[in-house]
Ligand binder design. Structure first.
Ligand SMILES: Nc1ncnc2c1ncn2[C@@H]1O[C@H](COP(=O)(O)OP(=O)(O)OP(=O)(O)O)[C@@H](O)[C@H]1O
Ligand SMILES: [Mg+2]
Length: 515
């Protein structure tokens, strides 16, 4: 077997079979037992055979992959012990950061995120979620595009202010629900949610690149700050996974994966996860496989992962677990039982005795059969184990082919500008610069004057919406064009929401790009 990815050495060489790598995997073990290094070794192996990788860097210790290794005494010692010569080598890395500091900005639009995931991010209950879904639908029906937080805020305000107008068409919209959504939105913004939404949104094809020598690019999302907002962290990764699912074509079992996705601190995804979202996760994980995406969960204890998901994780690396308390012992026993047993190995006993960087491993063979569990030492990575300096990071970011594309946010006309611009054009006494996005033949006032009540611009929205629906006022060419464009966008979003309800996995809109 020569084209496998060497993961570990035990009695045999333990290799991950590329055509089985989309059957997902699990890296588990107590803190400090070697999970991150194992992830690094796997990611290096994937990159080497041309498979791009996406991972979140929770502690900043995966960033070292971007530098060549060899300077870590523990790693050198392990290489020697295994009779391997280390060839220090960096991996082609692209850094991403939602907070826009430690990598290229990673953004999504509000409409791509969709009401279900956004509700999870905002911690909404069922009633509030259905109100948020309605807000999306009203935006959609009226050609109002939701890109960033201020679009969503403006839309919520508008629906809140004019709820009675929507009553006949959409049913009752509770002011209390709108209020809660607004409050939670504010909390999300304080966690940096503002940065997450907007354009240019992350283009998935940018994650699926190969670099020189055909090596797969390893995308590293800075997550040290992000895990401080677990809902945002988990939901963003879930969104990414569901986007991959929605956008990639069905390919069955490819000779090697199109992309491998490592989900570190995976318990964050599952803790307090509402049943409908859990069902979706299970579904996405199951279906994304035939799109050539391998998902590897990394967590302390396999029991952190619900059975329905755990059962789908076929390539497993189990590092040491502690067995101090009866509860620990139960977890050890359960973890041991998830392996195909090996008569020469007492799995439950060995789990508690493993050294750092040593693991119990079971991988799928070429036929898709789980191998007997074996004990082995993880092969040390060739790239640096540990953190990098901010100079090193900046150099990588600035030398990336992507540098410049995501750095500047683009604020094209969307719900906020439309609602605002139209309302103000209805109050012609304003005096300000024309907005570049406005479509009226004459300059449209932009700034409401201080004495005007805040919600004034939303008051006139009924008439705006009437016009968008084709109310028979005379209009200039530019205005007519803009309106028909808005209608086109609106109906596109409409299709997406319908698809989200009927067949899509998570209700976000994703038909933006094709592969
Ligand atoms: N395969 C290995 N070979 C040699 N040393 C290793 C290996 N794996 C881990 N180590 C050593 O153990 C240290 C801790 O490993 P690692 O960071 O991978 O643990 P972890 O399980 O990810 O911990 P945490 O749960 O705290 O994130 C490494 O910095 C390294 O020094
Ligand atoms: Mg770790």
């Amino acid at each position: 077997m020569s084209d496998g990815i060497l993961i570990a050495k035990g009695t045999d060489d333990l290799e991950l079979v590329p055509q089985m790598a989309n059957r997902h995997g699990l890296i588990a073990g107590a803190t400090g037992t070697g999970k991150t290094v194992t992830l690094q070794t796997m990611a290096e192996g994937f990159s080497r055979i041309g498979v791009p990788v996406f991972m979140a860097d929770v502690k900043g210790d995966l960033a070292g992959m971007s530098q060549s290794g060899g300077n870590n005494p523990k790693i050198a010692e392990r290489a020697k012990q295994l009779g391997l010569t280390l060839n220090p080598q960096a991996v082609p890395v692209v850094f991403w950061d939602i907070f826009r500091q430690q990598g290229h900005p990673a953004r999504a639009t509000v409409s791509e995120m969709g009401p279900l995931l956004l509700s999870r991010m905002l911690d909404l209950n069922d009633t509030q979620e259905s109100v948020l879904t309605l807000v999306f639908k009203i935006a959609d029906d009226n050609g109002l595009v939701l890109l960033d937080m201020k679009d969503l805020r403006a839309m919520l305000q508008h629906v809140g202010d004019t709820a009675d107008q929507f009553q006949t068409e959409y049913g009752h919209i509770s002011a209390a629900s709108i209020g809660t959504i607004q409050l939670n939105l504010l909390a999300l913004e304080q966690q940096g949610g503002d940065d997450l939404f907007g354009e240019p949104a992350l283009d998935l094809s940018d994650l699926m690149q190969t670099a020189g020598h055909g090596n797969g690019v390893v995308n590293i999302l800075a997550a040290d700050k992000l895990v401080g907002a677990p809902q945002v962290y988990a939901t963003f990764l879930l969104w990414l996974l569901s986007e991959l699912f929605e956008q990639l074509p069905e390919i069955g079992d490819p000779p090697k994966p199109k992309l491998v996705f490592f989900f570190d601190e995976a318990h964050l995804l599952f803790t307090d996860c509402p049943k409908p979202v859990l069902d979706k996760i299970e579904q996405v994980v199951r279906l994304v496989r035939s799109k050539g995406i391998g998902v590897y969960f990394v967590t302390q204890n396999p029991l952190d992962v619900p059975d329905a998901v755990l059962g789908q994780l076929s390539n497993r690396v189990q590092h040491a677990l502690r067995a101090f308390t009866p509860r620990d012992q139960k977890a050890v026993k359960a973890a041991a039982e998830t392996f195909r047993s090996n008569p020469r190995l007492n799995t439950a006993e060995v789990i508690t005795q493993l050294a750092v960087g040593e693991a119990l491993i079971s991988l799928l063979d070429e036929t898709g059969t789980p191998g007997e569990v074996q004990r082995g030492f993880i092969v040390p990575p060739a790239s640096r184990v540990g953190a990098i300096t901010s100079e090193e990071r900046q150099r990588i970011i600035q030398n990336s082919v992507l540098f410049g594309h995501y750095e500047k946010s683009v604020d094209r006309e969307s719900a906020y500008e439309r609602l605002k611009g139209r309302a103000e054009s209805a109050s012609p006494s304003r005096n300000a610069q024309p907005s570049p996005a406005s479509q009226g033949p004459s300059p449209v006032p932009q700034q409401p004057s201080p004495e005007k009540p805040r919600s004034s611009w939303t008051d006139s929205i009924g008439s705006v919406l009437g016009q968008l629906g084709g109310g028979g006022r005379r209009e200039g060419m530019a205005e007519a064009l803009a309106k028909s464009a808005a209608r086109a966008i609106g109906s596109q979003v409409g299709r997406q929401i319908v698809r989200g309800v009927l067949g899509g996995i998570l209700g976000g809109s994703t038909s933006r790009r094709r592969y």
